[in-house]
Design a protein around this ligand. Structure first.
Ligand code: 5GP
Length: 354
């Protein structure tokens, strides 16, 4: 029989962080750098754990170079060729801070596996691998993580996406160091509409972080952040890293074509399974799958540096308001106030039995 869960599940928009007494004098006193030791690779990470998504309009080499200067992370998209990776390596030779903040992305097919091996052989400085599939629940994906872990015992592996604790545990026990959390919250994602599947992101992060931390693993909240406040909420809910696509879109570093219309400048931003991405990388939309991403025009925003400073400033302020001297303390200091009603209560006005 189908089951219904009545316990409220929340998105970022459903909550606010409550301010708390603080000894901090200014937001400049807040430290956003975190240090993690990854469970399976045993590698130590230090940096500001905000991540540009591995979308081809965001996770570019140019983005990685800019974000690394702020000690922020980029999951470089999987469509660069091995030769392009080699050229990039030559261009940035010796820039270890860059490779401390860069992952190579991969899908879960046999071709992907071979390409991953080729890229990692061509760029030995790479220490991070991001295994990314729309549905991280398949047995095939679990087998793929096992295979990648065997091939790359010392690399740090991010894998996802899932939204529930039991699957977070399975991916970590199979070899992932950090699990990406998010199904349906993305700004150009249509999964919730096309399939009816999804999970409110704040609750997904809360529950998945709890499961991962119990195993000394980590979680990356992926998708649904539309402003710095949402990123602060994701950290408050227990995310170790926070990934965003739309917030980084529209900048020079995205390498997209700038379109002028009615005196305004725009850049195309699209989901990685949208018609636009499918046609660009595969020639057409595969018949068996619905496109679960859309294409939008976002305002052209120039250099990403200004956006980064605004983002970091917002998170520093969130830490100041909640009394967290270090980003690490934000989740310990966080009390969320629910500010929306559940839709069913609004729609029906009926008392819901809990
Ligand atoms: P945003 O930060 O823009 O809200 O979300 C970015 C995330 O959306 C990505 O990191 C990825 O997980 C997800 N995403 C990107 N493209 C697509 C797509 O075509 N379909 C779906 N379902 N999700 C996507």
């Amino acid at each position: 029989m189908p089951r219904i869960e009545f316990e409220p599940k929340l998105d970022f928009k459903d909550v606010l962080l409550r301010p708390k007494r603080s000894t901090l004098k200014s937001r400049a006193d807040v430290d956003l750098v975190r240090e993690f030791t990854f469970r399976n690779s045993k590698k130590v990470y230090t940096g500001v754990p905000i991540v540009a998504s591995n979308m081809d309009t965001v996770g570019t080499f140019e983005m990685a170079q800019e974000l690394a200067q702020h000690r922020m992370f980029t999951t470089v998209h999987k469509h660069y060729t091995v030769d392009e990776w080699k050229q990039f390596r030559d261009q940035v030779a010796g820039a270890q801070q860059l490779f401390d903040n860069v992952a190579v992305s991969s899908g879960s097919g046999d071709n992907d596996f071979q390409k991953l091996k080729d890229v990692c052989a061509a760029v030995p400085e790479l220490e991070y691998i991001c295994l990314d599939v729309a549905n991280g629940y398949s047995e095939h994906f679990v087998d793929f993580i096992r295979r990648v872990r065997e091939e790359f015992p010392r690399h740090t592996i991010f894998a996802g996406n899932v939204v529930t604790g039991e699957m977070v545990e399975e991916l970590i026990l199979t070899g992932a160091d950090m699990v990406k959390v998010g199904i349906g919250p993305g700004s150009v994602c249509t999964t919730r509409k096309k399939t009816g599947v999804g999970y409110p992101q704040l609750s997904a992060v809360l529950e998945c972080a709890d499961a991962a931390h119990g195993l000394n693993g980590h979680v990356m909240s992926d998708g649904g952040c539309t402003n710095p406040g949402d990123v602060a909420k994701a950290f408050g809910a227990g995310a170790d890293f926070v990934m965003a696509g739309g917030m980084f879109a529209g900048h020079d570093q995205c390498k997209g074509e700038v379109i002028e219309k009615d005196g305004q400048k725009y850049v195309l931003f699209y989901g990685m399974s949208s018609d636009t991405a499918m046609k660009k990388h595969h020639g057409s939309v595969a018949e068996y799958r619905a496109s679960e991403g859309k294409t939008v025009k976002v305002p052209y925003r120039g250099d990403v540096n200004a956006t980064v400073l605004d983002l970091l400033g917002g998170i520093r302020s969130a830490c100041t308001y909640t009394g967290a001297t270090h980003l690490k303390e934000l989740s310990k200091r966080a009390t969320f106030i629910r500010v929306t009603q559940q839709i069913n209560e609004i729609y029906t006005g009926l008392e819901v039995k809990k």
